[in-house]
Design a protein around this ligand. Structure first.
Ligand code: DSN
Length: 419
């Protein structure tokens, strides 16, 4: 019996069709180089917590103040997660209930804004996130969204330009953070700008929360009025969100999460968050954040040496963006070829992209998941060569098969922790 079959024995009995799809996905994850920078590999401990009977429990409210009986243990579980989050990030208050990053951002806006208020965030095509004001998201529908971008020359944030925009539009909330920005943020400067215009500084550290936890990225916590994050990216936890803040904003944020933005919390996910947060104090996480960044920088260096152009010329964090324009390619076709070559990436807009959002000019890559699997600098050199070979021979089936075979060998040498 395959190991996945043993793990899913109840599901196999009850629903073989679904079980076999889960198995197929495990197989895909096991034998694919996962380079999507927002993905990672949750530990078996996290999976056990998330897959537990906590999913049976309703617990609207907060620990000690629930609208349901029978909450004595889930109160302790949620308190544990809150305390661990506060200790790890040096925050005064943590709300661990947001179901995801978007819910966390919705609640953060609701805590500080009225509908129609102005928010100022990084443009989506310059690396921002949908929930930072995109017209197709609640953030751009309920609020008046304005944007800042990166400089055309450096493809990096220009803090004088952010200051100019902030004075021009006088936002209620200045939003910092990104989904596709390969550089670090200057939080003291952002806080200064926010204060100059009496704005709240909200930092969405979803992408780099794990780098902050491990000391490989400056922390926004001492500077921001509110910090949102997801727990499933660099933080290596279950799918979910979280909000950190000074105590003075705790009440407004808790109220915005529930009943403002959500109903009952996902207690099983909160337990997974608690398990993931505990791991950060353990030897297995020692140096992880630094390795993620070192791997990203080595991968970036390899890609540059192979003649590929990277947005802003490299990376300071866990991700990078390949600019496909010099090669006359667009992201959709490249992403599909990589899928066949057992390398998972995602197509992404790049600053000043003239191509459509559906088929943009960039490919976004990151190292959190492969670093969790134990890969290091030597593997980054090989992966850079595989990426280059694939891109430079797009449409050559023999190359795709060779790269896929090599990717599989690498994955076999650095297995997922599930078997
Ligand atoms: N969609 C996520 C990402 O891939 O970066 C951000 O929420």
């Amino acid at each position: 019996m395959a190991i996945a079959e043993q793990r899913l024995s109840a599901l196999h009995q009850a629903d073989p069709e679904l079980a076999s799809l889960l198995e197929a996905e495990l197989d895909r994850q096991q034998y694919t180089l996962e380079l999507i920078p927002s993905e990672n590999v949750a530990s078996p401990a996290v999976l056990e917590a998330v897959g537990s009977w906590l999913t049976n429990k309703y617990a609207e409210g907060t620990p000690g103040k629930r609208y349901y009986g029978g909450c004595e243990f889930v109160d302790q579980i949620e308190t544990l997660a809150q305390e661990r989050a506060c200790a790890l990030f040096g925050a005064e208050h943590a709300n661990v209930q947001p179901h995801c990053g978007s819910s966390a951002n919705l609640a953060a806006y609701m805590a500080f804004c009225q509908p129609g208020d102005t928010i100022l965030g990084l443009d989506l095509s310059h690396g921002g996130h949908l929930t930072h004001g995109s017209p197709v998201s609640f953030s751009g529908i309920f609020y008046h969204a304005e944007f800042y971008g990166v400089s055309r020359e450096t493809e990096q944030l220009d803090y004088e330009e952010i200051r100019r925009r902030a004075h021009e539009v006088r936002p209620r909330v200045l939003v910092a953070g990104a989904s596709a920005y390969p550089r670090i943020f200057d939080f003291p400067q952002l806080a200064e700008i926010a204060h100059e215009v009496d704005a709240v500084l909200m930092v969405d550290m979803a992408h780099f929360a794990g780098l902050v936890a491990g000391g490989a990225h400056p922390s926004p916590v001492p500077y921001a009025d509110v910090v949102t994050l997801t727990t499933h990216k660099t933080l290596r936890g279950p799918w979910g969100g979280m909000i950190l803040s000074p105590e003075e904003h705790a009440k407004a944020i808790d109220k915005a999460v529930f009943p403002g933005a959500q109903g009952g919390p996902l207690v099983h996910a909160i337990a997974g968050k608690a398990a993931a947060l505990r791991a950060w104090g353990q030897p297995e996480m020692e140096g992880y954040a630094q390795r993620v960044v070192a791997n990203a920088q080595r991968l970036a260096q390899g890609l540059l040496q192979e003649g590929l152009r990277l947005v802003s010329g490299g990376t300071d964090n866990h991700l990078m963006l390949i600019d496909l324009r010099p090669l006359g390619l667009t992201g959709k076709a490249v992403q599909e070829v990589f899928d066949r070559a057992r390398i998972t990436v995602n197509r992404n807009s790049i600053p000043f992209d003239e191509a459509s959002k559906f088929n943009p000019s960039g490919i976004r890559l990151g190292t959190p998941a492969i670093t969790t699997r134990g890969m290091g600098l030597e593997q980054m050199d090989e992966i850079a060569a595989l990426i280059s070979r694939t891109i430079h021979n797009l449409g050559d089936g023999a190359v795709e098969r060779e790269v896929a075979a090599r990717a599989r060998i690498l994955c076999e040498a650095f297995p997922l922790p599930y078997r």
